[in-house]
Ligand binder design. Structure first.
Ligand SMILES: Nc1ncnc2c1ncn2[C@@H]1O[C@H](COP(=O)(O)OP(=O)(O)OP(=O)(O)O)[C@@H](O)[C@H]1O
Ligand SMILES: [Mg+2]
Length: 238
């Protein structure tokens, strides 16, 4: 639909090759959560990942977000094999490239909305007045300019989710990963969040969103389906 038909010659923003994840390998509790996942996502794509509970969606998202390491296979983030990076390089890649909207917000309860949003701006790199100014702008972008001083418990579920999105966007990361970002929201607030993701996609961000809801997935340009740790392209009309 967008001018993204010449994708072949571009380096994918996200590329996994035979990515595998086994939890508690070798023990009785062993779980093969991911099995040979090959995935290619390009800049400016808006991709939905669907699939039943326990099929491995969050596991895949955590690997793409460099929050966890695979047991087999490889992951190239913007052309870089992340297994070659040390802990510090990985932290920098995460900070500069990835905005993560977690399943269940993960806001810090004792901090105001503004402070939560400013969190990813390293204390060392960004002076305090610039931190709050950028956090203010990010909150305004999700329609919460008036709520900067509120703590998470003083906000509605949809507002908390928007704070989490503002936090994920504060560094303007090229990749935005969202795990069930609309799951806890009423349909109207959910639509607003989806409109926000589409705007980000149009601005050239890459958005990967996990959802159980086919109506939510229909907003994406492409839907991938996870089944028992295997990733499939959704058939047309399915
Ligand atoms: N830290 C862990 N240790 C052991 N097993 C885990 C761990 N995290 C997830 N699993 C298992 O791996 C499988 C995939 O879990 P995952 O969280 O990726 O599923 P999901 O598709 O995100 O499900 P949901 O839709 O319920 O969020 C499940 O069987 C789960 O029990
Ligand atoms: Mg999950």
């Amino acid at each position: 639909m967008s001018a993204a038909s010449t994708t072949e010659d571009r380096v994918p923003v996200i590329e996994t090759r035979a990515l595998g994840k086994v939890y508690s390998a070798g023990s009785e509790a062993e779980v093969v959560a991911l099995h040979g996942v090959d995935m290619r996502i390009h800049r400016g794509d808006f991709v939905a990942i669907m699939g039943p509970s326990g099929s491995g969606k969050s596991t895949l998202m955590n690997l793409i977000g460099c929050l966890d390491t695979p047991t087999s296979g490889s992951y190239y983030c913007d052309g870089v094999d992340v297994s070659t990076l040390d802990a510090e390089e990985l932290a920098i890649l995460r900070r500069d490239k990835i905005g993560f909207v977690f399943q269940g917000f993960n806001l810090l309860p004792r901090m105001s909305a503004l402070e939560n949003v400013a969190m990813p701006l390293g204390y060392a790199q960004v002076p305090p007045h610039e931190r709050s100014e950028r956090a203010r702008q990010a909150l305004a972008a999700v329609g919460l300019a008036e709520r900067g001083g509120h703590r998470p418990t003083e906000l509605s579920g949809g507002q908390q989710q928007r704070v989490a999105i503002a936090r994920a966007l504060i560094n303007e990361p090229p990749i935005i990963l969202a795990d069930e970002p609309t799951g806890a929201l009423d349909s109207r607030t959910g639509e607003e969040i989806l409109a926000l993701f589409k705007r980000l996609r149009d601005e050239g961000h890459t958005v990967v969103l996990i959802t159980h809801d086919a109506e939510v997935a229909a907003h994406a340009d492409r839907t991938l389906v996870m089944r028992d740790g295997e990733l499939h392209e959704q058939e047309a009309g399915a």
